[in-house]
Write a protein that binds this ligand. Sequence first.
Ligand code: 13P
Ligand code: SF4
Length: 358
Amino acid sequence: MTLETSQTKQAAVKVASGHTYERLPMPDLTFTKEIAEATAPLYEKVKHHIPEIEWPVHAPYVYWINKLKKERDATILAHNYQTPEIYHCVSDIAGDSLQLAMEATRVKEQVIIQCGVHFMAETSKLLNPDKTVLIPDMRAGCSLAESITGEDVRLLREANPGVPIVTYVNTSADVKAESDICCTSSNAVAVVESFGVDTVLLIPDEYLAQNVAKETDVKILTWKGHCEVHERFTAEELLAYREADPEIQIIAHPECPTEVTAIADFTGSTKGMIDYAVGQKPGAKVLLVTECSMASNIQEQAPGVEFIKPCNLCPHMKRITLPRILDSLLEMKEEVLVDPTMAAKARQAVERMVNLKN
Ligand code: 13P
Ligand code: SF4
């Protein structure tokens, strides 16, 4: 059965751009021979992470999402923490926060489906005000984004006159709008140093700020926000792994506490961690101190490397699933909107970051 023959016309949905889309009914999710054949090359990419017995459940979603993406003129941007079936089987572009923000500026399609958390979708919308940006689950938040408001930033500015405010992209548009520039974990040191001043506010992640402070002479003032995933890793836990195997390479995300990154052989953004892991010799054992899905997503790029995952899941990233992505495409939901006045100010902070020459 094709999508065209299974459709019965339903009410249309109008998005903010004024464009009207037909709301489509749920396609038949039977694992047919046609679907098995069409998705077989994609299964090859995830066969080490998804048991063969489970593939008939995922494959119809993968098939219809990829088909509908073309019909809807949509592209799927996926963060490195998305599950392997999203990362490898339906995404068009996958990466860390900086890569996704940069790629968002180059998207040709009219619709962006953001497989990640809400602040990432908002960043894509800021950079593409005329496009339709959808997030498969509006509840996909972030403990860092929730730790601070625009009003907090205004008060910080009053209390620290003349001190530039650098805001981590893991924040709401309201917070970005009150900032001088954004940063991600990939470029935080360069952004902080770009002002050529003695003191900078780097908010809201206290641990990122402390990790950046170790790499620069600029005095960093910060806030008490934490990532609920990375704050759970402890030095004791990592030392136990190192004691068990002194050769192990420990690589950590800079949202981890400083006592954790002090033990790590390398600290960097999710892209930095991927590049480091892929550069290891075959036979190396690499402990990934970050969200669980990343090791599965990058195993194919580093076939000889054994990944050890202490494994903390981000419950917000995990709200994005294949059924929800399909729903997004069928019903053109949930649309991410930003108040235009706030968006104009927040966009400046994001664009300053994107345009910063390192
Ligand atoms: P990256 O920019 O390193 O991908 O980090 C985003 C994030 O949310 C990590 O928790
Ligand atoms: Fe936010 Fe942490 Fe989840 Fe990243 S991993 S989205 S910083 S809660």
